[in-house]
Ligand binder design. Structure first.
Ligand code: FE2
Ligand code: FE2
Length: 186
């Protein structure tokens, strides 16, 4: 009967021989084009609006509201810093459309400020969240139905490069806003 030979490889020793996972680290995530990237943000926020409606506890609502404020803040910033300037350039005759979008952003940001300083569990908190969601849904509809289709017709605009720029800026702003928001959230 063969005995199982115990080679001198103690678990402790083996664990130190951990090697970096092969090629996986090198797998790159291709950045979506600018329109797809922004549509993904929109979809995420729309889902948060639905989650808020079905939330059953105040703590859950407060958490969803905090996440909504963060996502909207990051999204409005990347649009204002990266996307809208490029759109303004590409669609030089659509200045009014861009002005309207920026004015709507200013209102959303003001609503976010109010929501962040409002006490969860109050009727005002729920009312503010409802107004934010209605307002944002209106704004998103205009971007997706008016602005984005116009951009697809502009051949000189590199939506892929713009998508990469949005992605890079999004992660930097997300970290920044998360830290800033930690002092404001409930
Ligand atoms: Fe926007
Ligand atoms: Fe947007």
């Amino acid at each position: 009967m063969k005995s199982t030979s115990t080679k001198s490889s103690s678990p402790a020793r083996r664990s130190t021989r951990k090697t970096a996972p092969p090629a996986r680290q090198a797998v790159q995530r291709a950045a979506p084009d600018a329109i797809k990237s922004l549509r993904q943000d929109h979809a995420k926020v729309k889902q948060l609006f639905k989650d808020f409606e079905t939330a059953t506890t105040q703590a859950e609502k407060a958490r969803i509201a905090a996440e909504t404020c963060l996502e909207l803040t990051v999204h409005t910033r990347i649009e204002e810093e990266v996307f809208y300037p490029a759109v303004r350039k590409a669609l030089s005759r659509e200045g009014k459309m861009l002005d309207e979008a920026e004015i709507e952003h200013a209102s959303v940001k003001d609503l976010i400020r109010q929501l962040r300083s409002c006490e969860p569990g109050t009727t005002r908190f729920d009312a503010l969240y409802a107004v934010v969601s209605e307002y944002v849904l209106h704004h998103v509809k205009e971007e997706e139905r008016e602005m984005f289709p116009k951009l697809k017709e502009v051949k000189s605009l590199d939506l892929k490069a713009l998508g990469e720029a949005l992605d890079a800026r999004r992660s930097a702003i997300h970290d920044e806003e998360e830290v800033a928001a930690s002092g404001k959230l409930h």
